[in-house]
Design a protein around this ligand. Structure first.
Ligand SMILES: [Zn+2]
Length: 229
């Protein structure tokens, strides 16, 4: 049984006959991180079976490095948890494919790719944070703002005046990066840069926001943190 993120049907589970047998014709295209063309058969009991398959890419560069591989596995676990099931998911699939491609190229900081995937994926899955302005006074940007894990962005003055739950203090550049991830066009999503310290704050926000919205932790994330430290 494999979990597949598809363009037309979102996340589905499907049987692969003799999938673990390397001599099986469908084995090469149904492994971890394979991007493939699949012909699926749906039984009367609503079970999917992979009938035919053709491997398009297997991101082999990712498999050569444990930190990259573990981050890629985390992207897959998150996608399986938040992407729609039994309905079209083209935007989700494109996001994951672009992220895997950029991760395998190795020219961009891993934390940048990770933050962009986390916040964009959760936003297009129905949990977009409200980043337009401070909800109390309408201020758009300030040197210092506070992100609340409920998904709101407060200015410093309103945050300090109001009895609010814990917020993460962020600079103007982190606020801009958050807005970029949520609102930019697909093809510009990963086109931003931040200092390492700002990337770490951005990462704390996107990781915790995602995990709060889906109300769970991810074993693959813990593993990524272990191997990347
Ligand atoms: Zn305010």
């Amino acid at each position: 049984m494999v979990t597949i993120l598809t363009r037309e049907l979102g996340v589905i589970r499907a049987f692969v006959r003799q999938g673990k047998n390397i001599k099986s014709p469908n084995s090469p295209a149904t492994g971890l991180l394979c991007y493939s063309e699949l012909t699926l058969y749906k039984s009367k009991k609503d079970y999917y079976t992979v009938e035919n398959s053709k491997l398009l890419s297997m991101f082999s560069d990712l498999k050569a490095e444990l930190t990259k591989l573990s981050l890629a596995e985390y992207f897959c676990e998150v996608a399986a948890a938040v992407c729609p099931t039994e309905q079209e998911a083209e935007e989700h699939l494109r996001l994951i494919l672009n992220a895997l491609y950029l991760l395998s190229k190795g020219e961009m900081p891993e934390l940048l790719i990770k933050s962009a995937v986390e916040m964009r994926l959760i936003s297009i899955s129905g949990y977009m944070p409200d980043l337009l302005m401070c909800p109390k006074c309408g201020v758009y940007e300030a040197e210092e703002m506070y992100f609340l894990l409920s998904g709101q962005l407060f200015c410093k003055e309103c945050f300090e005046k109001s009895p609010l739950p814990e917020g993460i203090k962020i600079s103007k550049s982190v606020a801009l990066a958050l807005r970029h991830i949520v609102f930019s066009e697909d093809k510009k999503l990963f086109s931003f840069s931040l200092s390492q310290s700002s990337l770490e704050i951005l990462n704390e926000i996107t990781e915790n926001y995602l995990s709060k919205k889906v109300e769970r932790n991810f074993a693959t994330l813990q593993f990524y943190k272990t191997v990347s430290s």
